[in-house]
Structures are given as structure tokens and as C-alpha cells.
Design a protein around this ligand. Structure first.
Ligand code: NAD
Length: 259
């Protein structure tokens, strides 16, 4: 089990699914956690039950990011880990909506999934550079198997997650070249039993049953299984892993689609 004792972490999208499982896992592994979410009621309840602090945050509001990071530093004295987990689907393929609705959906999903992740990396790096004892930290960004094999039913979600993969590598290599001792990696979940999949099911009925079958394990992931990979990448267990990605998909992307 990765040891996160003494680590200070911010986890976005903590009210539900993978974020909630990651808060529980990090606290169990010894971290001090600030969870954030737009959903105040569920986020505050989850964090109170898990033993974490909570702050309301819309990750797409970039002006809020420095305040969120400052909150963690004020409470715990430093920032070691950021998990950019908050995300949403937009539920539209390229020709599915009229221009007004299409561009509104596109702008929103890019703002949350991509710009929110970039703004989080930027604010976290500033705090990690100022850590007592010197620059250090680990960022874990959450992409999706749609970054590798996109959904025709959701162009904005797929494009945003593809961009998150590349964003992580750019952040990782910039930090390495600037000798910051800050790592940045991506977790690529497959179909996981959470609210976002239920939202996608509303747009494309039958999706959950279909994606469960695409894993040779023939099931969805439990969010705790994804949180385990996030904890490993956030910990000191893997100091030579940066600019890398860990696929947690029950081998969905490892098998020829014909089998
Ligand atoms: N569940 C899956 O099958 C799956 C697969 C691949 C990737 N992912 C990714 O995992 C991450 C977590 O999603 P999940 O599956 O746990 O879904 P979820 O819907 O259960 O949780 C997402 C959380 O993000 C929060 N959120 C949404 N927009 C936000 C915003 N603007 N600011 C702050 N918080 C916001 C929601 O309130 C919610 O609590 C997402 O980035 C998602 O794209 C999920």
C-alpha cells in the first residue's frame, strides 16, 4: 500500500465516484486532504465522513484556483499532491446539435475537463515550488480511454480527454527541465461505476451494458480500483514515473475489437 503519510493533497470532483473513492483512499493512506467540488452538499458530507477538509470549487473558474491552493497550504503548511479528477460529459456528437447548443456544450466541457486541469496544474506548481524544504510534488490528471478510442456520441468529452493526456506530458517535461522535482502523470480509467457513466447512459441508452462487455473482465471498475492507481502515482513509490500514463480499464484497450 503506498504510504501517503505527511502528504498534503487536493482532490477535485470529490463529491462522487472516483474522486470520493480517492479521498477515502488518500486519508486511509495517511494524507491530509482538501476535497473540492461544485456539489457542496455531497462534497462536504463525503469529506466530513472521510476526515478531509472541503471547499466549494468550480474547476473551470481559473480565478479560484490560487485561493483553493492557498486554502490547502494555510490548513496543512504545504502542497504535495494535486489530483485533477473533476470532469463532465457533454453528450453530443459532431453533428448532433444546432450551432448554438453545440458550441455551448463544447465550450463547457473543454472549460471543465481541459482548462480546469491546466489551471490546476499551474496553481499547484506555484505552491509546490514554494514548499518548505524545496520544490517537490506529484500531479495526477484523470483522462479516459476515450482519449485513445473516442466516442462518436461525445466529441467534446473525447477531445478534452485526449488533450489532458498531452497536457500531462507537457507539464511533466517542463517541470523536469526546470529541475523542480514535480512529477505529472495521467490515469486513464476505463468504464467505472460512477455518476458520469450514468449521465452518459442517459444520452446513449445501453452504453453501460455495452462498455462493461468491452472489458475482457466483463465488468465495470469499482472506483476504489482506480483510486489505487492514483495513490500509487501520487506517492513516492515511483520517482522515475513522470509524463507517463496508467491505464485502469480491465484490458478494454488491450484486446482486438473482434474478440
Ligand atoms: N466513470 C467512468 O467510466 C470514467 C471513465 C473514464 C474517465 N473518467 C473520469 O473520471 C473523473 C471522475 O469522474 P467519475 O466517473 O467519478 O464521475 P462522477 O460524475 O461520479 O464524479 C465527477 C465529480 O466531478 C464534479 N464536477 C463536475 N464538474 C465540476 C466542476 N466544474 N468543478 C468541480 N467539480 C465538478 C461532480 O460534481 C462530481 O462530483 C472524470 O474526469 C471522468 O471524466 C470516468
Amino acid at each position: 500500500m503506498p504510504d501517503l503519510s505527511g502528504k498534503v493533497a487536493i482532490i477535485t470532483g470529490c463529491a462522487s465516484g472516483i474522486g470520493a473513492a480517492t479521498v477515502r483512499r488518500f486519508v486511509a493512506d495517511g494524507a491530509q486532504v482538501l476535497g473540492t467540488d461544485v456539489n457542496e452538499a455531497n462534497g462536504a458530507a463525503l469529506c466530513a465522513e472521510a476526515g478531509a477538509l472541503f471547499a466549494v470549487q468550480d474547476v473551470s473558474d481559473r480565478s479560484l484556483w490560487p485561493q483553493i491552493v492557498a486554502r490547502a497550504v494555510e490548513a496543512f503548511g504545504r502542497l504535495d499532491i494535486l489530483v485533477n479528477n473533476a470532469g463532465m460529459v457533454s453528450g453530443a456528437g459532431i453533428g448532433d446539435l444546432d450551432d448554438k447548443a453545440m458550441f455551448a456544450a463544447w465550450d463547457q466541457v473543454l472549460a471543465v475537463n481541459l482548462t480546469g486541469t491546466m489551471a490546476g496544474c499551474r496553481a499547484a506548481i506555484a505552491a509546490m515550488r514554494a514548499n518548505p524544504g524545496g520544490s517537490a510534488g506529484a500531479i495526477v490528471n484523470i483522462a479516459s480511454t476515450t482519449a485513445m478510442a473516442p466516442l462518436p456520441t461525445d466529441v467534446g468529452y473525447s477531445a478534452s480527454k485526449g488533450a489532458v493526456r498531452v497536457l500531462s506530458k507537457s507539464v511533466a517535461t517542463w517541470c523536469a527541465q526546470h529541475k523542480l522535482d514535480i512529477r505529472c502523470n495521467t490515469v486513464i480509467p476505463g468504464a467505472t461505476q460512477t455518476g458520469i457513466l450514468e449521465a452518459a447512459e442517459q444520452q446513449a441508452p445501453g452504453l453501460i451494458a455495452a462498455v462493461a462487455k468491452t472489458s475482457p473482465l466483463n465488468r465495470l471498475a469499482d472506483p476504489a480500483e482506480t483510486a489505487a492507481a492514483i495513490a500509487f502515482l501520487a506517492s513516492d513509490e515511483c520517482p522515475f514515473m513522470t509524463g507517463a500514463e496508467m491505464v485502469v480499464d480491465g484490458a478494454m484497450m488491450a484486446i482486438h475489437p473482434g474478440f
